[in-house]
Ligand binder design. Structure first.
Ligand code: ZN
Length: 459
């Protein structure tokens, strides 16, 4: 029997769907969902200061964590850009074996949990051996991502990536891309085997699909993979780079967001990653679609992608969530802060996304929680009966949180604090972070160090 049955969490302050409440007792059932939320209770069970719904990190490429900080030198001839970064990434990929992938994934998932995320949307495109030959099990590397999630307890939305071509003109994959590539038939088989591997996880795990981008799949390929998804999550990179927009305009006469909205029934199970390159009418169209914009502010800053049209998008009712993408740095508070600061720097104002009713921190946090859950296909994002118990506790005695109430707590956390304020995290009721540390942190860190040592020798 699960040790979860009968778990209770008592919070001095908690953010419930209808607002902030004091002395809240949350009960968790054996299947990881919230069985009761009672207000005005006496303390019992695990006691925490401030309890929030924990968001899902909706976009990650786990293996890229291992190259964080490795691409900050400048070439002499070229203007350093996303495309030079991608060349380094492709070289790095050639060195990775399945054990490395699993150790890196476990490490990055642990960091995500310690940062306050309860789940991750793993946009998984590394499928084959170096050289492009499939493993005996087509979904071997999905199995490794799943094994990492089983170890760390993160809520996994696994998104096997369909990657066909090296560009919009349907050119063949380059040497750096052959570990990603599949034709539609092989991808369908891979997807089925990945589905089987998810059975090793608890019931909160989700399988979706991820057509990589409009530059990597053809029109028929995209339609096929969308059909494969049915109602499940569909994630796709979209309109990240100016070069990619120009390529698509050249080939199809339309910008990426405009093309997608016109050619597909984009709705609430879609999550479009980045969308940094949009014209105002595309921003409004995307907001109206009900899809989630998957924003990755730290990575988008790191890669010089551009600034998301956030104020217009939110004013139009657009939904968004946060992803850590390249995993150069895992920090929920910093992602939210960077998103807001990007808007301020562009518009030369303050409190850019705040509304008369809700502070900046509250708008950012609410958006990340509800959009993340939607994008992950996860019944979570609210501290309410029936939802998975994805819970994030902040230390109410932290200097910048002590004595704060209501939305001031979130403003202090996002703008004055950092992830050291995170004391505990539950993912579908699994108590994975305790006292700010992952419960298996020592072993996971040691395995990652060993992997990095091996990789340094191989590179
Ligand atoms: Zn990405």
């Amino acid at each position: 029997m699960s040790t979860r049955a009968g778990t209770k969490v008592f919070a001095e302050k908690a953010l419930l769907p209808h607002g902030w409440v004091e002395n809240v007792l949350v009960s968790i059932s054996e299947n990881g969902s919230i069985s009761a939320v009672e207000q005005g209770q006496a303390p019992s069970g695990k006691r925490v200061g401030i309890l929030l719904p924990a968001p899902v990190n909706l976009h990650s490429h786990a293996f890229q964590r291992a190259m964080a900080g490795m691409s900050e030198r400048r070439g002499e001839e070229v203007r350093d850009s996303f495309w030079t970064w991608r060349q380094i990434m492709f070289r790095f990929l050639d060195a990775l074996d399945p054990d490395d992938v699993e150790a890196i994934a476990a490490f990055v998932q642990m960091e995500m949990l310690e940062a306050g995320y309860a789940g991750v949307g793993e946009f998984h495109y590394l499928h084959h051996q170096p050289g492009g030959v499939p493993y005996d099990n087509l979904a071997e590397l999905s199995v490794r991502i799943v094994a990492a999630a089983s170890e760390t307890g993160i809520g996994l939305t696994h998104l096997p990536v369909f990657y066909q071509y090296g560009g919009v003109d349907l050119r063949a994959l380059g040497p750096g891309q052959i570990r990603f590539g599949n034709d539609p038939d092989r991808f369908a088989r891979l997807h089925e085997q990945a589905a089987g591997s998810l059975k090793a996880l608890e019931a909160d795990a989700v399988l979706g699909v991820a057509p990589h981008s409009l530059r990597a799949v053809c029109e028929e390929g995209l339609a096929g993979v969308v059909a494969l998804a049915g109602e499940r999550p569909v994630h796709m990179h979209l309109a990240e780079q100016v070069g990619e927009v120009e390529e698509l305009v050249g080939a199809r006469g339309q910008r990426p967001v405009a093309w997608l909205l016109e050619n597909h029934d984009v709705s609430s199970n879609w999550c479009l990653i980045h969308c940094t390159q949009m014209m105002p009418e595309e921003t409004l169209g995307l907001a109206k679609s009900g899809a989630v914009a998957g924003l990755c502010p730290i990575t988008e800053s790191s890669l010089g992608d551009g600034i998301f049209d956030g104020v217009r998008y939110l004013q139009a009712g657009g939904r968004f969530g946060i992803g850590s993408d390249s995993n150069i740095r895992i920090s929920l508070s910093e992602e939210l802060r960077t998103l807001e600061y990007s808007q301020r720097l562009r518009d030369k104002n303050r409190a850019a996304v705040a509304t008369p009713e809700r502070s900046t921190g509250r708008v950012l946090f609410d958006g990340a929680v509800s959009g993340g859950a939607q994008a992950a296909g996860r019944n979570a994002g609210r501290i309410a009966q029936g939802c998975f118990a994805d819970l994030l506790a902040l230390d109410g005695t932290a200097i910048d949180l002590e004595g704060r109430d209501g939305d001031d707590i979130l403003d202090a956390y996002v703008f004055a604090g950092d992830d050291r304020m995170v004391s505990d995290v539950w993912s579908a009721g699994r108590h994975v972070v305790c006292g700010g540390k992952h419960v298996k942190g020592d072993a996971i860190r040691a395995a990652y160090r060993a992997t990095m040592k091996r990789l340094r020798n191989r590179l």
